[in-house]
Write a protein that binds this ligand. Structure first.
Ligand code: AP5
Length: 187
């Protein structure tokens, strides 16, 4: 099964992605984690990505596709993937649509984690205090939320038109969100 998780910063994509992938026996692929590993390793990709991540902007598509798609195709050739953080724009979705369909790697379901904005800010600033992630400061978070509204939100209509989208209320305790997501997948 191939599942895409979409949601604004702080909506729980990483948290739920890990849990769901383990429950479903599929591979959790988290784009933000892949990028942060490249940054930590000081690779050329990491150095290029860091500039955009620190500003709260999207990393250029060519960098993302090179890093991500081999993993997505490999996972889809096995039990499937739980993709957290891609696509983040209709352009990204369209750029891989034909090849993904050809290779049996198209998403079977797209889950949107719905959380009101004040709760998103509360979660992210809470994590900032605990973990100090480089892009969890107030200014960068404001940009990340704006980028989400402008670039990523149109994917809701895009996937709804294709009959793939399910919206899940993710403003509740983590175990309840996991149950709701599994229900939405019929799993
Ligand atoms: P990424 O790492 O994906 O960041 P994000 O989308 O901003 O999401 P977050 O990690 O902040 O939140 P999340 O939804 O995963 O929630 P989480 O589970 O962590 O991307 C970082 C950057 O990489 C982007 O800004 C961009 O620059 C670049 N990038 C990534 N993908 C890209 C792409 N496709 N194209 C171009 N650039 C890309 O939870 C957040 C907090 O809330 C945690 O502390 C958690 O413990 C807590 N929490 C979770 N669930 C609950 C709950 N139910 N109740 C209370 N607290 C909860």
């Amino acid at each position: 099964m191939n599942v895409v998780l979409i949601g604004p910063p702080g909506s729980g994509k990483g948290t739920q992605g890990e849990l769901l992938a383990a429950r479903l026996g599929i591979e959790h692929i988290a784009v933000g984690d892949l990028l942060r590993a490249e940054v930590a390793a000081g690779s050329a990709v990491g150095r290029e990505a860091a500039v955009f991540m620190d500003a709260g902007e999207l990393v250029p598509d060519d960098v993302i596709l090179r890093l991500l798609m081999p993993r997505v195709f490999a996972a889809a050739a096995g039990a499937g993937y739980l993709l957290d953080g891609f696509p983040r724009s209709v352009e990204q979705a369209e750029s891989v649509r034909a090849e993904a369909a050809e290779r049996g790697a198209a998403p079977d379901a797209v889950l949107y984690l719905d959380v009101p904005r004040p709760e998103l800010m509360r979660r992210i600033l809470g994590r900032a205090a605990r973990e100090g992630r480089a892009d969890d400061n107030e200014r960068t978070v404001a940009t990340r939320l704006q980028v989400f509204d402008e670039e990523t939100k149109p994917l809701i209509g895009y996937y709804r038109e294709r009959g793939l989208l399910q919206v899940v209320d993710a403003d509740r305790p983590e175990p309840d969100v996991t149950t709701a997501l599994l229900d939405a997948l019929g799993a």
